[in-house]
Design a protein around this ligand. Structure first.
Ligand code: HDD
Length: 754
């Protein structure tokens, strides 16, 4: 199995150039179907779905298995038809009064085709419009059974899931690698109904009360006059709001940290953000915070790399997720909970559990793992699944319940409401991707896009005409029963608890928990974002807010902005740092990391072949990069070129291995220009120079052998610089690169300045 995964890993990401096409036994490509060279003319049934796209089967709203996914049933039979199933003989020409005459209104097929096309788009999500999703399975460990009676958490129970990752601010067509929070929404199709865990990759939120959501979103979205900038927070209205509305400080700091630019959706943590309530079979309740812990570790891009990816590959994250799944390298997360006693105060170690701008450090409340999620199938159709999926914080199952967090309470209203506009009516739970896998027997009727054919005459209770059906369940028959929490007698107020007034102590905690290099990135991010603001008042207010987090942070950003740093209004307290918040200093698995093997096309091709194999054996993805496409060493054991110097860009790779120092093409203007500016040494192809210098700047491991070292001077890279290694052979060089990759980046290359 491993071997086929490896072969597939290579296939999935390497098929741009010189690919041999599908091969039997490669997951994700139908076995025996070769791509047509010419348009086939013999009628045949549609191709089966790809192997990596077999999402879970759905059941009808009335609980009957449909037998097949209805989306697929929309494409059966060999012939093109109208929406009514009438076979067509021509779909290229309108019906006209003669070949040069006017088009006839009578042309039903023309009208149907154009009318349907005219209505193909639906409103994009008001936030989280840009997303990518996958199917998978969640397996409970049973370790939560003492605190929750939810069936899906029981030991070894397997529950199908659908996960949609997203950016918050950008439109549906915006780039993936912008600086933003990432959505991490999971739909569990449990046997007791759908449970949606609609979280983010950042554990805190900008606001404490849902009534402020339109404010933060209006401030963060593009300016309403010119509709710029797209998909980013580096603009005046965002900073205007988050510096006035100081409860946003903590979340904003996370955004400015490396968490705002993940390396991969597969390498992000997820958080339920709010405190939830779990309840066990005895009725005892526990407060919890949900965490998703990625098996591959938590990694980020560096800012320049992320910006470059926005242009070179705006689909960077979406592609990475789909490729990994198609390759059989299924991403996994463990679900964990921090648990707290459900006492009336709902505080833990002085932290208000109802305040969604606060975390509870893992050092104070460890994360207990309660299950494992594996994403193992890509969607078959983006629109039907990723676009039409509708999450709702209120979709809960027995054993899970809400708390009084005022942000959560407002969300309980917003998510159903928004789908009415977005999905055009109240029957969106019947869309295949939204259907529960539990039997449904509701008394909801009619409405736009009703697909159920309800029977009976009495959709009301009590009734005698439908024999009293459906009946109410009770505690012993798995009814969802709210935890009967005491509501203390109080006055109606538009107010918040006094503990909600602390907006800075946890921002300081986060800052103090960062390593020097992470702090340097934060300083650079604030300097960039505030530097993009036009309003002086906004920049100055930004600095005031930083002064309340840390004097040095404020000082450094002020220097970058050319302004003076204000002193904090109040003395800063020093909370105990939480090392768990830092991404640096840990060693992670290498699975799925992408290694470029750059060759001049001649040097040590046996070594290139061997190192490619060794990369695969380490469960990483090798990409052969050569001067031009096709095969290297065609007479012997040919090596397929996957990227050329024209198509490769450093952002795609986690590490670069280099055999030989490719010379510039003799007649290339670029080559001549590069020669003019080269610091020292032999001329090297300028595209390779660029690749190496970027990889170096972005803290990526570089390994050279067989003359590869001769390319370094042209890129201004010293052979003894941190994270630059060389060996006698490609394989021994790779061994050193693997060590470096375990820590994700060569952190020593970023001089600690804070
Ligand atoms: Fe939200 C979408 C996460 C606060 C209102 N939200 C949405 C999605 C995620 C989150 C991941 C995308 C779901 C998908 O992929 O379809 N939202 C959060 C988190 C929050 C949060 C973690 C705070 C802890 N959201 C929040 C508030 C409100 C909303 C306070 C409104 C009062 N969110 C929405 C929405 C969206 C949405 C407008 C847009 C599309 C959708 O719901 O289905 O209703």
């Amino acid at each position: 199995k491993k071997a086929s995964i490896r072969a597939a890993a290579e296939k999935a990401v390497g098929a741009v150039l010189g690919d041999d096409g599908p091969e039997d036994g490669v997951p994700g490509k139908p076995a025996s179907v070769s791509p047509p060279v010419e348009e086939p003319t013999t009628p045949r049934d549609p191709l089966p779905p790809k192997a990596d796209q077999s999402g879970p089967e759905t059941v009808s709203p009335t609980g009957q298995a449909t037998g097949d996914n209805p989306a697929r049933m929309a494409q059966s039979g060999p012939y093109l038809t109208t929406a009514q199933g009438a076979r067509l003989y021509d779909s290229d020409h309108s019906l006209k009064a003669g070949p040069r005459g006017p088009v006839l209104l009578q042309d039903h097929h023309l009208r149907e085709k154009i009318t349907h096309f005219d209505h193909e788009r639906i409103p994009e999500r008001v936030v989280h419009a840009r997303g990518a999703a996958a199917h998978g399975v969640f397996r409970g460990y049973g370790t939560a059974s003492n605190i929750s009676k939810a069936a899906f958490l029981a030991k070894d129970v397997e529950t199908p899931v659908f996960v949609r990752f997203s950016t918050v601010l950008g439109s549906r067509g915006s780039a993936d690698t912008v600086r933003d929070t990432r959505g991490f929404a999971t739909k569990f199709y449990t046997e007791e109904g759908v449970f949606d865990l609609v979280g983010n990759n950042i554990p805190v939120f900008f606001i404490q009360d849902a009534i402020k959501f339109p404010d933060i979103v209006h401030a963060a979205k593009p300016h309403p006059d010119r509709e710029i900038p797209q998909a980013q927070s580096a603009h005046d209205t965002f900073w205007d709001f988050v510096t006035l509305h100081t409860e946003a400080t903590h979340h904003t700091l996370w955004n400015m940290s490396d968490r705002g630019i993940p390396r991969s959706l597969r390498m992000m943590e997820g958080f339920g953000v709010h405190t939830f309530r779990l309840v066990n079979a005895e009725g005892a309740s526990t407060l919890v915070k949900f965490h998703w812990k990625p098996k591959l570790g938590v990694h980020s891009q560096v800012w320049e790399e992320a910006q470059m990816a926005c242009g070179f590959d705006p689909d960077f994250h979406r592609r990475d997720l789909a490729d990994a799944i198609e390759a059989g390298a299924f991403p996994q997360w463990e679900l964990g909970v921090q648990t707290f006693p459900d006492n009336p105060e709902q505080m833990f170690e002085g932290i208000d559990l109802l305040d969604p701008t606060k975390i509870v450090p893992e050092e104070l409340a460890p994360v207990r793992t309660i299950g494992l999620m594996t994403l193992n199938a890509n969607p078959s159709n983006y629109f039907a699944e990723t676009e039409q999926v509708a999450f709702h914080v209120g979709n809960m199952v027995p054993g899970v319940d809400v708390t009084n967090d005022p942000l959560m309470q407002g969300r309980l209203f917003s998510y159903v409401d928004t789908q009415l506009t977005r999905l055009g009516g109240p029957n969106f739970p019947q869309l295949p991707i939204n259907r529960t896998h539990a039997p449904v027997n509701d008394m909801l009727r009619d409405g736009m896009h009703q697909t159920a054919v309800h029977r009976g005459v009495a959709p009301y209770r009590p009734n005698s005409l439908d024999a009293g059906c459906p009946f109410l369940a009770g505690e012993d028959t798995a009814a969802f029963i709210e935890v009967p929490v005491e509501v203390p007698e109080s006055r109606k107020v538009r107010d918040a608890a006094a503990s909600f007034d602390d907006h800075f102590s946890q921002a300081r905690l986060f800052w103090l928990s960062m390593s020097p290099v992470e702090r340097e990135h934060i300083v650079a991010a604030y300097t960039f974002e505030l530097g993009k603001c036009y309003e002086q008042a906004v920049k100055e207010r930004g600095l005031k807010s930083l002064a309340r987090i840390d004097a040095q942070l404020c000082e450094q950003v002020a220097t970058g902005l050319g302004l003076s740093a204000p002193a904090p209004e109040e003395p800063l307290a020093d909370p105990r740092p939480s090392p768990a918040l830092s991404q640096v200093g840990k060693v992670w698995p290498l699975d799925g990391r992408v290694v470029a093997i750059v060759t001049d096309g001649v040097s040590d091709l046996d070594g290139v072949r061997a190192v490619r194999q060794a990369v695969l054996e380490a469960d990483m993805v090798p990409l052969i990069v050569a001067p031009s496409g096709g095969k290297l060493d065609p007479s012997g054991d040919p090596i397929t070129v996957q990227r050329t110097f024209a198509t490769a860009r450093s952002i795609e790779f986690d590490a670069v291995l280099m055999a030989g120092a490719p010379r510039p093409a003799a007649d290339a203007q670029g080559a001549r220009d590069a020669r003019a500016g080269e610091p020292t040494g032999e001329p090297v192809d300028p595209r390779v120079v660029l690749l190496l210098s970027e990889a170096f700047r972005h803290g990526k491991a570089i390994g050279v052998w067989s003359g590869g070292e001769n390319a370094l001077p042209a890129a201004g890279v010293l052979a003894n610089a941190p994270g630059v290694v060389g060996g006698d052979s490609g394989v021994s060089t790779l061994e050193q690169v693997k060590e470096l990759l375990g820590t994700h980046r060569v952190w020593d290359r970023f001089p600690p300045s804070v």
